[in-house]
Design a protein around this ligand. Sequence first.
Ligand SMILES: [Mg+2]
Length: 277
Amino acid sequence: MGFPLLIFTDLDGTLLDHQTYSFNGAAATLERLRQLSIPLILTSSKTRAEMRKLQEQLGLNEAFISENGGGIFLPPGHALQDAGIFEQLDGDRGKLFGRSYAYIRSIFATVRDAYNIKGFGDMSVEEIMQLTGLAGEDALLAAKREFTEPFVFLSGPRQEKLQEAVSGSGLTITRGGRFYHLMGAGQDKGRAVVETTRLFRVGSRNNILTVGLGDAQNDSAMLRVVDIPVLIPRPDGSYADVEAPGLRRAPFPGSRGWGIIVADILGELAGQKAKPY
Ligand SMILES: [Mg+2]
């Protein structure tokens, strides 16, 4: 088994366009990855239920990382099934890094009024649809949280103060393209990416090169641990305040920028003497 190149990608605002959730702009590059059998590992703040559906739409049957590094999941029959670290979780095999949603919600309830915040657990499906632009069925999948609570500040954002308030409970806050997320302090996309890369490296004779793509603060831990980090601009063309060694900036937002820069990277690597794939 050899997987010489691994690509980890955020979804919202990165592989998926911010407003429409379309990945059309990356279609040609996605097809190229399929031809080359390069694993594409979705690494998102989305839930396992949402990501299963997206994997289907993208034609992927690959490991994926849900809810900002809350868990790594494998579809049935995946080559890493026997890696030993996975437990059976209703239909998927998974390794969990996050705290339970019930615990996150219990802490959320203690700070909700003082910070004037509202989480998915406080919202109707209609409200989630409005805030995310997702259709009803997809909004229901987004509400199936396991490790993180997405929320908004109803008055001014006070991320740092709230961070201090929840740190004693072992929780932390990160920020995605649309929402803040309350989650376990022991999880982030970086930790899950490191663990997934390690699993793919076991049993591979080649040195695996990793690429990571993201657009927001919640991607920074991932971008710091990959070999080739890529920052995708926001819809207005500006870049999130994210730093990583060797960081590349994609030329366009969303799927279009994603498709161009991944194609560039494949082209550069193919041109090198020792082919990485
Ligand atoms: Mg994003």
